[in-house]
Design a protein around this ligand. Structure first.
Ligand code: SF4
Ligand code: SF4
Length: 334
């Protein structure tokens, strides 16, 4: 197929760290298949294309858009609507797009507090205490920058999404498998999965793909991994008191972290059928605590020093809670 006849591919980076963009390059020679089968229509990190080029395309003209990052400001939302309109298939790519991701943890804080941290803490040189304003008048006219949203959203909280591809970032093997699938669909050798499903991941939990042994399943204390003198290389980390998020997390990464002696932190999002990641994980942790005494249980739970980060590190924006009260208040903290 010549360049102009090939289906179009787009990738967009909203509110995220850029790791998802890099992860696509980590598929190594598989990237040649993307090039062979697609025409790059819009990928600001990789090519010089403009928003007006996308606006000029007919609706639905881009076959596949991988949208990474969450919706933190008005520009992110405008691009989500534009790319939704122009794309036949819109994929929420990575934890931030799927569930808000780590930036979503800011939903526990007010917009003012987020700005104060960014513009008034020790690492910031800002003697005049300037905060970015959505509008600023200069002699040439009015400058506009995107409006910051007090509550961060996942992609599907602003537009309908066709598929979800979790991970922080998605594993290269899983991205390669999805590239293979789409290429096979283009060649008439496979069919697309039903809309709305998760692709590039498994349907069970990280525990199901973890090789560590599970035995007693009861613990008397939680410990931070850096405080453990010797980690048993074979025993389940949770059974060693290390708070491992494997029981609530979707499989698909190959249990890489527990295999390497580090606890799962939940980047592949809630396992199939789990509505609220944190609630499922709290249930799993409660089931291994070896006590019925409320005071002792309270002491055991003190071993988890950051419950919000433990239970909602990637999924707060998509959880039943979605945000803490301060995030709903306006930027002045009122
Ligand atoms: Fe970065 Fe992870 Fe968000 Fe991707 S999902 S943009 S790697 S924080
Ligand atoms: Fe593996 Fe963690 Fe599950 Fe234990 S809790 S089996 S270490 S993933």
């Amino acid at each position: 197929m010549s360049g102009n006849n090939k289906p179009k591919f787009a990738m967009y980076w909203a509110a995220g760290c850029g790791g998802c963009e890099i992860s696509v390059l980590n598929i190594h020679e598989k990237i040649l298949e993307v090039d062979a089968n697609f025409q790059l229509a819009f990928w600001p990190v990789a090519m010089d294309s403009k928003v007006k080029d996308v606006e000029a395309l007919p609706d639905g003209d881009i076959l596949l858009t991988l949208f990474n990052g969450s919706i933190r400001n008005s520009e992110n939302e405008e691009m989500a609507h534009l790319l939704r309109r122009k794309s036949a298939l819109l994929v929420a790519f990575g934890s931030c797009a799927c569930e808000g991701g780590i930036p979503g943890l800011a939903n526990f804080s007010s917009a003012k507090s987020v700005f104060d941290t960014a513009y008034h803490t020790i690492s910031t040189d800002n003697p005049e205490g300037i905060h970015p304003q959505p509008e600023y008048v200069v002699k040439e006219g009015t400058l506009h920058i995107p409006q910051f949203y007090p509550v961060l959203k996942s992609l599907d909280q602003v537009v309908p999404v066709d598929y979800y591809m979790p991970g922080c970032p998605p594993e290269p093997t899983q991205i390669a498998a999805v590239v293979d699938l789409v290429v096979n669909v283009l060649q008439g050798k496979a069919e697309l999965p039903p809309k709305g499903v998760t692709i590039g991941a498994g349907n069970s939990t990280v525990c199901d793909e973890c090789k560590r042994k599970r035995n007693v399943k009861t613990i008397k204390k939680f410990v931070r991994i850096q405080d453990v003198e010797r980690i048993d290389p074979e025993l389940c980390l949770l059974e060693q008191g290390i708070p491992c998020n494997g029981p609530a997390t979707r499989s698909g990464c190959g249990a890489l972290c527990p295999s390497a002696g580090a606890q799962c932190i939940g980047c592949y999002g809630p396992a199939e059928g789990v509505i609220d990641f944190g609630a499922r994980l709290i249930t799993a942790f409660a089931s291994v605590i070896d006590s019925t005494d409320p005071d002792e249980i309270s002491i055991i739970l003190d071993g988890i020093p950051d419950p919000a980060g433990q239970f909602y590190r990637f999924s707060l924006a998509k959880s039943l809670l979605r945000a803490g009260k301060p995030a709903w208040l306006n930027a002045n903290g009122k």
